[in-house]
Design a protein around this ligand. Structure first.
Ligand SMILES: O=c1ccn([C@@H]2O[C@H](COP(=O)(O)O)[C@@H](O)[C@H]2O)c(=O)[nH]1
Length: 291
């Protein structure tokens, strides 16, 4: 693995998210590891299912991976379940991960009418917010334009947006593959919006799509000039070897994401690093051979 200390990442305050992500992917490898403090994982780490256990879990993952992994993706739900004290842990973990050089993608999947979306944007994408993150997952199913306040806030702060488009769960197709009046699926329509958002951006746009690695066929054009977050590696059954067939020419922009399959190796820091490194190597090999 490349020595992460020898390859400092770009200044987060001076470059847009897409450029910072490209640098991180090229220097650290494209892997994203989720910070998903499931109750079952806390138990398997010998931790109590309480705020102290949550904090120990999250900060251990940060200690193990933030100085070497391109993207860490806290799953907000598992912090929110502890109320305000859980959110305080989320703030602490996100800030520590960013300070150690990882890009933090907050997996909060927010989506609401535009005026409320402005509130979510202020919470996660305003630079002075305690929950400020390099990027945020959003759901577009109140209409793509309802996301505009978040897209604008991300543009102002140099952060990114990942639009939940074609999800890894089997139920997703009911909505995402529904066909609109013009014959395009909903997922295709979202990808077209994302591509328009990223037009002309270099080296990579800052608006990404979430496309599950578990899918057999995206049924849509993934050349959106933006990052493609691919959750579903590991616990949901997908492997890095599945990525070339699914993503085709867009493979170089894919950020494969795994949570439980890496996290189950904790609490030992060295074991967590080894698990992430093995997966990152596998991804690098697949992308190197096919990208
Ligand atoms: O389509 C999607 C979108 C998001 N996720 C999230 O990724 C992780 C997956 O965790 P694993 O333990 O690797 O299964 C989780 O936080 C999901 O909310 C997704 O799985 N699929």
């Amino acid at each position: 693995m490349t020595d992460p200390l020898a390859t400092p990442l770009a200044d987060p305050l001076t470059e847009p998210f897409g450029a910072r992500l490209r640098t991180a992917m090229d220097t650290r490898g494209p892997l994203c590891v989720g910070i998903d403090p499931h109750a079952a994982l806390l138990a398997s780490w010998g931790l109590n299912d309480d705020v102290a256990g949550l904090e120990r879990f999250a900060m251990t993952v940060v200690e193990a991976l933030a100085d070497r992994t391109a993207v860490l993706k806290p799953q907000s739900a598992f912090f929110e379940r502890f109320g305000s004290r859980g959110v305080a842990v989320l703030e602490k973990a996100a800030a520590a991960a960013r300070a150690a050089g990882a890009l933090v993608l907050m997996d909060a999947k927010r989506g609401d009418i535009g005026s409320t979306m402005g509130g979510y944007a202020a919470a996660f994408l305003a630079k002075d917010s305690p929950l400020f993150s390099d990027a945020l997952t959003v759901t577009p199913y109140l209409g793509y334009e309802s996301l505009r306040p978040a897209l604008e806030a991300a543009h102002v702060s140099g952060s990114g947006i990942f639009v939940v488009t074609l999800t890894s769960n089997p139920e997703g197709g009911e909505v995402q593959r529904a066909v609109a009046a013009n014959g395009a699926t909903v997922g295709q329509a979202m990808l077209a919006h994302i591509a328009a958002e990223n037009a002309g951006a270099a080296p990579l746009g800052s608006v990404g799509a979430v496309v599950g690695a578990t899918l057999a066929d995206p049924g849509a054009d993934l050349m959106v000039n933006g990052p493609l977050l691919a959750p579903g590696i590991g616990a949901q059954g997908a492997t890095p070897a599945d990525l070339p067939a699914l993503f085709g020419r867009a493979l170089r922009n894919v950020v494969p994401s795994a949570s439980r399959s890496v996290l189950r190796h904790g609490p030992d820091v060295a074991a967590l690093r080894r698990a992430a490194e093995l997966l990152a190597d596998e991804v690098r090999t697949v992308v190197g051979q096919n990208g």
